[in-house]
Design a protein around this ligand. Sequence first.
Ligand code: ATP
Ligand code: MG
Length: 572
Amino acid sequence: MRYSEMFLPTGREVPSDAELISHQLMIRAGLVRKLTGGIYSYLPFGLRAIRKVEQIVREEMNRAGAQEVFLPMVQPAELWQESGRWDYYGKELLRLRDRHEREYCLGPTHEEVITDLVRNDIKTYRQLPKNLYQIQTKFRDEIRPRFGVMRCREFGMKDAYSFDADEAGAEESYRKMFAAYQRIFQRCGLAFRPVEADSGSIGGSYSHEFMVMADSGEDAVAFCGACQYAANLEKAEVPRPRESPEDKKADGAAPLAEVHTPGVKTIEEVCAFLGVPPEAVVKTLIFAADGQPVAVLVRGDHDVNEIKVKNALGCAELELAGDDLILAATGSPRGFAGAVGIKVRVIADYSLLGMTACVMGANREDYHLRNAVPGRDFKIAEYADLRVVREADPCPRCGGEIRFARGIEVGHVFKLGTKYSKAMKAIFLDRNGREQTMIMGCYGIGIGRTVAAAIEQNHDDDGIVWPLPLAPYQVIITPVNVNEKSLSETAEALYGALTQKGVEVILDDRDERAGVKFKDADLLGIPYRVTVGPKKLAEGKVEIKERRSGEVLSLPISEVEAYLLNRIHEGM
Ligand code: ATP
Ligand code: MG
């Protein structure tokens, strides 16, 4: 395309709300424009990057045996009422009414619509498995849209849904999507990690988020420095310590002692008052698990991970107990709970396994206990992994050291089980003519977010540095002065030849100073710039500059086409 004809507004100005470099660059390089909060228009240059991602996604989904559909964005309330999500989904769901006062929503996701489609047309095991996907606009009324198209309200997503007749099939569908995602993000040229995420009641490793690694990312990732293990912070496991010195605990420990600790409640206050380190204190948190009080014990220097507690208890609802329940469970007001003498279910984090005497609340206002010894002074019937992982914790797979990094979630694969198929009666007849419920999985990729994440990971001070597979154009040809006939003719000839070969080329035919053109080429991040200037041309040569490395190469004009075709071929 000729630059002079393109709708490609570039600039230096950065909107005041653009904190992230990718957001700034997407505005400055003319990829997107904000229409209103969290709602963006894609301009031609940005749309080309979007289409590249979509193309890769399509090819890999098709290769994995998924079939493309296109579902409506406007969805009737009845389907959401059937699944139970109409009331549960909250304000992210944009609800609307038609002229007959019928209720609808703009789809933030499509489980209901796809389940409805499949239940009506799939009746027997012979029609399974199926995996259907679409690339469609979603609307989520995000509480805080930010970072441009990274977290916006209207955005393009590839969403796929698998339907299987049995567990083994569902696992195979999941495995196929996992592999497809790895290929997709590899082909996009991104540095990414699949990380384990919580899969709630399903359990096992059936939820992975695909994270593009970037320091500015919203998500924290725990990963092992020695093996492939990686998980998000909610999910990251802490292994059970190997040594169990339970038998030795009471040996030589001083007797249990109650200490008056007026007004001393927090761990810091307890440590300061009693002169002990937080590792020697046990925090006792009272939770309401499906309404029933449970005492959860973790070490003073650790934080409790509520998702782990919920999974360990196997309850549907978990919340910190209110004052009444705390009083009922411990006989004391908030801030003095402890395990000695408590009458409710007690569950402790693994880190208590290695503990001897500790400090804990006395279940009495303004009192704490010293020298409380597990096994002697209180019983712990259940141990589990209940705390938030920390840096330098041992890896649950290989014992290596856990490190933290930040990432941008670009994709998510999730085994749904029968959550929607049960609620919406997506049933089929099995081999024996018996009714069974389909087993589902869902698999999303944020298309716009992937483009933004690519820029977040690939830029420098001068602008975007596109990974070749996502670059809106692969080559920009820059005659340094279009008024010099020999330069513009050479540029035109190269442009014609490369375009003919299917290379995506911008011919910067603008009557601008060379410096301006170079700046724009860098900002746009086009992988290869061919500079046509008088000195080199006198030798029958042009210069090729690689955007990423900055390396410049002089080549005879006759070799340019073969050279670029080669490099592009290698880089895709
Ligand atoms: P997040 O935790 O970032 O809100 P999510 O868990 O809500 O994401 P999913 O429902 O799994 O996301 O959606 C699938 C994919 O859609 C995400 O991996 C992400 O790439 C993309 N996505 C989700 N919300 C947005 C948004 N507000 N703007 C742009 N892309 C989004
Ligand atoms: Mg979300």
